[in-house]
Design a protein around this ligand. Structure first.
Ligand SMILES: [Zn+2]
Length: 210
C-alpha cells in the first residue's frame, strides 16, 4: 500500500488540529484508492498521527493492512464512496463554530457569502443518529449525493472532495463561514445575495473549479 497516502492523512490530522478545526480525539479522515480505503485508527490523537497508524480496509470493512482498530465510523466512509464515485477523500471533524451550528440544528443556505456559494453550496443538517450507527451512515449516504459539506446534528461536520486537499479546503471554508455567520447573527442576521445576482454567480461555478 502507498506510504504517501498514509503520510498525507497523518499530515491532515496535524493541520486540522493546528488550524483549530478539530480536537485530538474527534473526527476521522480517509482516502479512497481503487478498491481500498485508507482511514484513521480509533484511539490515536489526531495531532499525533504517524503514517504507520493509518489502516487500509476493503469495502466490507476488513483491515487489509495496519495494526489496531479502524475508526468506529467506517460505515459512513464506505457508504459515501459507494454513492459518490467522484469523491476520493472524506474529512469528518468537530470544528467548534460549525459544530455549534450542528448543535443548534442550523443549516446554511447557499446565498449568504459569495466564496462559500461557490466552494460549498448549501450545507444541510443531518438528523441526529448515534455515532457509528447504520442509521447515521444511511442519512449521510442520502444527503451527500448532492452536497459536498454536511453538518451532523449534535455531532460535527463532514466534507468531501476529489482530493484530500479539496476536502480540507472545504472544511476550512465551512468553519470560516460559520464564524462569519456568528458575527452576522450578532448584527441582526445574514442578508441574502439578491436572487438574480445569485443565479449569475452560480454560473461562475461552472467555469471556476474549486
Ligand atoms: Zn464523529
Amino acid at each position: 500500500m502507498k506510504r504517501q497516502i498514509k503520510e498525507d492523512i497523518a499530515a491532515i490530522g496535524r493541520r486540522l488540529y493546528e488550524h483549530q478545526l478539530n480536537g485530538s480525539y474527534g473526527g476521522n479522515f480517509s482516502v479512497r484508492e481503487e478498491e481500498f480505503i485508507y482511514i484513521t485508527p480509533s484511539g490515536v490523537p489526531k495531532d499525533e498521527l504517524d503514517y504507520s497508524d493509518i489502516l487500509v480496509i476493503d469495502f466490507s470493512g476488513n483491515v487489509v493492512e495496519g495494526e489496531g482498530k479502524p475508526s468506529s465510523e467506517i460505515l459512513f466512509h464506505i457508504k459515501i464512496y459507494k454513492v459518490r464515485p467522484d469523491v476520493n477523500a472524506i474529512i469528518h471533524a468537530h470544528p467548534p463554530y460549525a459544530t455549534g451550528f450542528a448543535i443548534a440544528n442550523s443549516s446554511i443556505p447557499n446565498n449568504v457569502h459569495e466564496e462559500s456559494t461557490l466552494i460549498l453550496g448549501d450545507v444541510p443538517v443531518i438528523p441526529y443518529e448515534i455515532t457509528s450507527s447504520k442509521e447515521l451512515a444511511e442519512n449521510i449516504g442520502k444527503a451527500i449525493q448532492d452536497h459536498n459539506a454536511l453538518l451532523l446534528a449534535n455531532h460535527g461536520a463532514l466534507t468531501v472532495g476529489d482530493t484530500l486537499e479539496r476536502a480540507f479546503r472545504r472544511m476550512e471554508e465551512l468553519e470560516n463561514l460559520c464564524k462569519m455567520l456568528t458575527v452576522a447573527n450578532l448584527l441582526g442576521g445574514a442578508k441574502p445575495i439578491p436572487q438574480d445576482k445569485l443565479e449569475n454567480l452560480l454560473t461562475l461555478s461552472l467555469t471556476l473549479h474549486f
